[in-house]
Design a protein around this ligand. Structure first.
Ligand SMILES: [Zn+2]
Length: 226
């Protein structure tokens, strides 16, 4: 039920596109979820985080953390709801992606001429909200391969966050499990998956369906193939 509601919300906001897309993983598929388009609808963000917070009625969560900008916005609203449910303070902080700079001061690119390689950081002033005594909840918008949420979990642990309750996500598109993430709990509002193919197996490529260059990594793909 919730699942259908979430998809309906995304559709209403024009955040679900159909066509021929290249995802961050490099795989191809015919559905793209433009999560950025959910955030401007502030009421929707509040509604979605309210649905998420139902999982935490009795849970003591001290700190909610997400990856800025979108995960930070969701963390903020979610902490607010949890605080409302439990009557005790819950804080919201965020991690940021920063370009990786090598020892010579050069920005490292993941492929020559490509995107820079990101590292995830929590700014110094916010690290006081992560320590072995704090129970931490990690919020992620959409889990595809789980790569970015895994990086966030690793970072929280490195900063001394030993008590991670788990991960709450808007949408788990990749069938990722709590075991995969090595956390006690994983909850998502929506688990619907859409097929993704390796380029070589992509039926849309075979039919010469033009690649969408507006969303995902289509632009780079087209540039690299022309
Ligand atoms: Zn394709």
């Amino acid at each position: 039920m919730v699942q259908r509601e979430v998809i309906e919300v995304f559709r209403r906001l024009g955040a679900i596109e159909t066509g021929h897309f290249v995802y961050t993983s490099g795989k191809h598929g015919e559905v793209y979820v433009a999560k950025d388009l959910v955030v401007p609808s502030t009421r929707t963000v509040i509604d979605l985080t309210s649905m998420m917070s139902n999982e935490f009625h009795d849970e003591m969560i001290d700190t909610v953390i997400g990856i800025a900008p979108i995960g930070g916005i969701f963390a903020s609203h979610l902490a607010d709801w949890i605080q409302e449910n439990t009557g005790r303070p819950t804080f919201a902080i965020f991690a940021e992606k920063k370009p990786f700079v090598d020892s010579t001061g050069r920005t490292v690119l993941n492929v020559p001429g490509g995107h820079h390689t990101d590292v995830l950081v929590v700014r110094e002033s916010l690290r006081r909200f992560i320590d072995p005594q704090q129970r931490i909840l990690i919020v992620e918008d959409i889990i595809n391969t789980g790569k970015s949420v895994k990086a966030l979990i690793k970072l929280v642990r490195e900063l001394g966050g030993e008590d991670i309750w788990g991960v709450v996500a808007l949408w788990n598109r990749g069938g990722v499990t709590a075991d995969d993430l090595d956390v006690p709990n994983l909850f998502s509002l929506c688990d619907v998956q859409y097929t993704a193919w390796d380029e070589i197996d992509c039926p849309l490529c075979r039919e010469n369906v033009p690649i969408n260059t507006e969303f995902g990594h289509g632009k780079e793909f087209v540039a690299a193939h022309s």
